[in-house]
Design a protein around this ligand. Structure first.
Ligand SMILES: [Zn+2]
Length: 410
């Protein structure tokens, strides 16, 4: 089968809402969320080639009155909803990255096309994988199959391609030739869940803020080049565009764990492979999740240390912006499928809806000082109930021991 430019047709996609809803979002909002997901997932991306998703976010911000768009010198994007009420409360921000592991085309020498891979995918998964090359504007102009891939240490993974169709050009990037998105039941499989699903959740939240004239200020942060070591995020932090007292919640798709299962609800992420996150913000996120679960029957969420990868919340905390995190449990992380083959990533659609529902709840109520106070009050209540036992036994422990008793308990 051939497509445009006589290239093999791209894999089919199917974006359709699951029949059943967990009830976290009203039906109109579900449909809009699917549109945000679709527009992002249909945009090919790789580290340093986030042009497609960047233009989706820019367009989203410009189309909605009330949102403002700021960019740092690296085209990291900050979309702000100012809130309908003036407030001194610190900004509540959500962050997601727009890239995904992919190839940069290097050129052809002696008839052999090569490319360098950027991002964390082991080389042994790559031979036999189909790749589609795009210009930075997103148009596809070549396809190929990985013949061999070798990890060259500091130079990263270099791949050789066979069966090249079309004309790959210098300055183009390659993505695994997998579906943009297919919904089966409640499972959404895609070339890129990590982290365009996080970015889509922020668009759904900001859209809700505009539609409901949300009182609180909410900020969406969209970073570049996360997969090569939080490069865009660190650039943004160095730019000083984020207020120091920002309450940051990082969003990710993170490899599923025994304690964080695909389809069991969005995950309150207490930490990653490198660090644990801000306890107060974590408590605030979980309080919001609990409120949604009391309101929506059958709504579940998970709480876990997602140590299968690292996320930008580690970078935010390291640079002095307090951060917590949420994520979706992810299957086939970084396209690593069964039998060491390249396959679509997958998440559960209901987990995604649940994530958006918790984010909306956070935007309606997230008082950091109050959360700390509540924790102290809860501990004090238990203390008041138990303190008599503590004082009585304390008196015994403080009595001088009788001679010959040598520490025998009474
Ligand atoms: Zn990620």
């Amino acid at each position: 089968m051939t497509g445009r430019n006589d290239l093999p047709a791209a894999p089919r996609s199917r974006f359709a809402l699951p029949q059943t809803s967990i009830g976290g979002l009203p039906s109109k909002q579900r449909a809009r969320a699917l549109e945000f997901v679709r527009s992002l997932l249909e945009s090919p991306t790789a580290p340093y080639f986030e042009d497609g998703p960047v233009s989706v976010v820019r367009r989203f911000a410009r189309e909605r009155a009330g949102l403002s768009l700021a960019e740092d010198e690296h085209a990291n994007l900050i979309v702000r909803w100012p809130g309908s009420k003036r407030s001194r409360a610190p900004a509540l921000a959500f962050s997601a990255h727009l890239d995904h592991p992919g190839f940069h085309y290097s050129g052809v020498r002696g008839g052999v096309h090569t490319g360098r891979f950027h991002g964390g995918v082991p080389a042994r998964f790559m031979p036999g994988a189909r790749v589609r090359f795009h210009s930075s504007s997103g148009s596809a102009h070549a396809t190929a199959i990985v013949r061999a891939a070798e990890n060259r240490g500091r130079d990263g993974i270099v791949a050789e391609f066979r069966d090249v169709r079309g004309k790959p050009a210098r300055g183009s990037f390659g993505v695994f030739d997998l579906t943009d998105g297919v919904m089966r039941g409640t499972r959404l499989s895609s070339r890129v869940c990590d982290d365009l699903m996080g970015a889509a959740a922020i668009l759904a939240l900001l859209d809700h803020c505009v539609e409901t004239n949300c009182t609180r200020a909410v900020t969406g942060v969209f970073t570049r080049a996360e997969e090569t070591g939080f490069i865009g995020c660190v650039g943004l932090l160095e730019s000083g565009l984020l207020a120091a007292d920002t309450i940051m919640i990082g969003l990710e798709c993170s490899p599923r764990r025994a304690t964080a299962v695909v389809g069991e609800g969005p995950v309150v992420r207490v930490g990653d492979r490198q660090s644990v996150f801000d306890p107060m913000i974590t408590a605030g996120i979980e309080a919001a999740a609990r409120r949604v679960s009391t309101r929506v029957p059958g709504f579940g969420y998970q709480r876990a240390l997602m140590d299968g990868g690292s996320c930008e919340s580690t970078a935010y905390n390291a640079f002095g912006i307090q951060a917590g995190a949420m994520c979706l449990a992810l299957g086939n992380y970084h396209n690593c499928g069964p039998g060491e083959t390249i396959a679509p990533e997958f998440v559960d659609w209901n987990d995604f809806e649940g994530l958006v529902a918790i984010m909306i709840e956070c935007s309606e109520s997230f008082d950091a000082a109050q959360i700390t106070l509540n924790t102290r009050m809860r501990l004090k209540q238990i203390y008041d109930r138990e303190y008599k036992r503590l004082t009585v036994s304390g008196r015994r422990l403080k009595r001088p021991a009788k001679p010959g008793m040598r520490g025998v308990a009474r």
